[in-house]
Design a protein around this ligand. Structure first.
Ligand code: IFM
Length: 451
């Protein structure tokens, strides 16, 4: 029997996202997304790779559901590609796009698995980017229309939804740093995008609730545990500002109706974000759960030359004390514990779902065709122990989703980074459950882990 038991009814799941696994990029009336455009342009993704076929889930979703069932999962997180539903981001819905997701949802329900969709995991219809993208205020209303349409179509069989995946990541990587689609590098665009996304979130939440009031709606936020790089007051106060900037710029306005203080002197760049009278009332939404995506911690140092935030990460993706994944991310389970207890303490003990947590290791099939990825098992064991401890200390965590079910398209990294519980052959796309997948199945079956 497992030593660390989880609460009865705890969901054991895995997560994926449309562009990363589906392929079928221009099939059955799907419109072009910003990721199609970005990945097709030379130089944006390692080795010129793209998601045209990816894991071919568009044609092989029944296999994926069968694997999820074999692993004993009770929840499957996937995302809906907006350009499959509205090819140009507005107007009449594409029935074949909806048919795909209806078939996926029905297969999951038949397998006894909770369908757990995200409405937006980064694949904006290219036509909407051409009209200004997320910095453009009107996009909030467009998104709410899409959210309402999808809810009308699938709300009879899907009860648990996420609106966005990692709003801080897609706004910063896409509009500030230019390393993700649509590849813009502009501080004003980024700041405006932040506020449009927050408005879109609030409008979509309320539009969905108007369709069916008993839906459970949350968002998958990306969090990190911000710690001072050195033991001094300047780094400690920089870590606080960075924490409010990366962790609270979306959940703050949503749950509290206000942007956090991120400037060295207090306040936030409200004017540059184009925050207008009445907007914050629109943004506010009493989420039914908070989705937590977390991979590692971030060490922050004071940055006196930056007049605004005055803070920056001392190192990318964690520190140097823990082991590193093959992606170079530090393995630091305490980060997950700290973030869960912070959310419980500062947001009035919300229902929490771990919507993503996982690691990239390149281990492939050995001569016997077995993928012996023991480092991934160690990773999950450590982070699950942290979740268990946080629950013991009062965090109301209801489910855990490993990122990811399948090895898939890791954005600008292409296919080199493998996060899956299941190996996907690059040529045939055949799936092989890794040893970590078998181990995770046992955790799900026992509703617990040997800590
Ligand atoms: O693959 C991504 C996912 O799309 C969003 N969260 C982080 C994962 C690993 O980088």
């Amino acid at each position: 029997m497992a030593r660390l038991r989880f609460p009865d009814g705890f969901h054991w799941g895995a997560a994926t996202a449309s562009y990363q696994i589906e392929g079928g990029w221009n099939e059955d009336g799907k419109g072009e997304s910003i990721w199609d455009r970005f990945a097709h342009a030379p130089g944006n993704v390692k080795n010129g790779e793209h998601g045209d076929v990816a894991c071919d889930t568009y044609h092989r979703f029944a296999e994926d559901v069968a694997i999820a069932k074999e692993l004993g999962l009770t929840s499957y997180r996937f995302s809906i590609a907006w350009p499959r539903i509205q090819p140009s981001g507005r107007g009449v819905v594409n029935p074949k796009g909806l048919d795909f997701y209806r078939a996926l949802v029905d297969a999951l329900l038949d397998a006894g698995i909770r369908p757990f969709p995200t409405l937006y995991h980064w694949d904006l219809p290219q036509a909407l980017e051409d009209a200004g993208g997320w910095p453009e205020r009107d996009l909030a209303g467009r998104f709410a229309d899409y959210a309402e349409g999808v809810t009308r179509a699938l709300g009879d069989r899907v009860s648990d939804w996420m609106v966005f995946n990692e709003p801080n990541v897609f706004t910063a990587c896409g509009y500030l740093m230019g390393i993700h689609a649509p590849g813009r590098r502009s501080l004003p665009d980024f700041l405006r995008a932040v506020h449009t996304v927050n408005r879109a979130h609030g409008l979509a939440f309320h539009a969905m609730k108007a369709v069916r009031g008993d839906l459970r709606i949350g968002t998958a936020f990306s969090f990190t545990d911000c710690q001072p790089a050195c033991d001094n007051d300047a780094d400690a106060s920089a870590a606080g500002r960075w924490h409010r900037f990366v962790n609270e710029m979306f959940i703050g306005p949503t749950l509290r109706g206000a942007y956090p203080d991120v400037f060295r002197e207090g306040g936030a760049p409200l004017e540059a974000m184009d925050v207008r009278e009445g907007d914050l009332a629109e943004v506010r939404a009493a989420l039914d759960f908070v989705g937590v995506n977390l991979y590692t911690r971030t060490l922050i140092e004071d940055a006196p030359e930056d007049a605004n935030l005055g803070a920056r990460p001392a190192l990318p993706f964690g520190g140097n004390e823990g082991a590193k994944t093959d992606f170079g991310w530090e393995v630091w389970p305490e980060a997950l514990y700290n973030v869960l207890v912070w959310l419980a303490r500062d947001f009035d003990n919300p229902v929490l779902e771990i919507t993503e947590n996982g690691c990239s290791y390149g281990d492939g099939p050995d001569a016997d065709g077995v993928v012996r990825d023991t480092r991934r098992i160690d990773f999950y064991r450590g982070y699950l122990e942290a979740v268990h401890r946080a629950i013991g200390d009062g965090a109301d965590v209801r489910g855990y989703h490993a990122w990811s079910l399948l090895d898939n398209f890791e954005w600008a990294e292409g296919y080199e980074q493998r996060f899956g519980l299941v190996w996907v052959d690059p040529q045939t796309r055949d799936r092989t459950i890794k040893e970590s997948g078998r181990w995770y199945a046992q955790v799900a079956a026992e509703n617990g882990v040997d800590g």
